[in-house]
Design a protein around this ligand. Structure first.
Ligand SMILES: [Zn+2]
Length: 289
């Protein structure tokens, strides 16, 4: 897959927690140096991306599909609503944070592609004399301005949101589906390159079970198998089992630990393949030259 489609992702250092946006050139580096001058940590781009995707405890969650951030100060009147026009080039808004400058509350409602309304109110013990007073709020928007869609990333984003919303069953399902979409996408790309037509690819992928896809098929195309990875046991014994249990109605409850394990195993498995496919492609290029 093209690395340019990952530019909305964050690289994160697991030692000092500093995070920054990934750059296309990072994929050519064998080792990344942490951007924090006080921290000497070094890691691969894949490790950095995995850490970035796993930071769900952060106050501002990683908006990993938002490739742009907008911020600005807006004048509001306490107790009234103010319409905020979103920049025209925004295709999708992922996160809106509104920070009031004084002793009042503020939030966003009626969010559409065009904009949203900022409402302001007083807390229960607020000073009623403040109603109608002019104040300011700081607005921070994470959004996507680029025109591309990567279905597995969209699905992983849903899994992440469900995890944060404590909807553990759906998070497990969405995480594993993200992994299956990623696997199918890479297999389809590989088969297309060797000349198989789209109809055959699609019939073949529908008729094949996921354990076959992640081992012999990925092995044939890219010389990599999930069964050789550190995540294999967790994926086979837990992720796949739970996913099937949920899909067939036998697993009706899930814990936060289970949903986190599934999400993290899926992130690790995707980047295990990612790194392996990149390495395989690099050796193929070397062989050609
Ligand atoms: Zn660091």
């Amino acid at each position: 897959m093209e690395h340019s489609k990952l530019v909305a992702f964050t690289i994160k250092c697991n030692k000092c927690s500093r995070g920054w946006s990934v750059d296309k050139s990072d994929f050519e580096k064998t080792i990344i140096n942490c951007q924090n001058p006080e921290c000497n940590n070094q890691f691969t781009v894949y490790e950095g991306l995995r850490n970035g995707l796993k930071s769900y405890e952060d106050f501002i969650p990683n908006p990993f599909l938002a490739n742009d951030m907008f911020n600005g100060t807006v004048d509001v009147k306490i107790g009234y609503t103010t319409y905020f026009d979103l920049p025209k080039n925004i295709r999708k808004t992922y996160n809106i944070m509104i920070m009031p400058s004084g002793a009042f509350l503020a939030g966003a409602v009626d969010i559409t592609k065009k904009g949203f309304r900022i409402f302001t109110s007083l807390p229960d013990d607020g000073d009623n004399n403040l109603i109608g007073k002019s104040e300011k709020v700081l607005v921070i928007i994470s959004a996507k301005t680029d025109d591309y869609n990567v279905p597995w990333i969209e699905m992983l984003r849903y899994a992440f949101e469900q995890l944060r919303n404590e909807e553990y069953l759906t998070s497990i399902l969405f995480s594993e589906i993200a992994f299956e979409i990623y696997t199918d996408t890479m297999l389809a790309e590989g088969y297309k390159k060797i000349g198989l037509d789209e109809d055959s690819i699609s019939r073949f992928l529908i008729a094949t079970d996921i354990p076959i896809k992640v081992n012999p098929l990925m092995g044939n195309l890219y010389n990599i198998k999930l069964s050789d990875s550190a995540t294999w046991k967790k994926w086979e014994k837990k992720v796949l089992k739970w996913r099937n249990g949920i899909a067939h109605g036998t697993k009706v409850k899930a814990t936060e630990e289970e949903a986190k394990l599934v999400y993290e195993t899926v992130v690790d498995s995707i980047f295990y393949f990612f790194e392996g496919i990149d390495k395989y492609m690099a050796t193929k290029c070397d062989a050609k030259n």
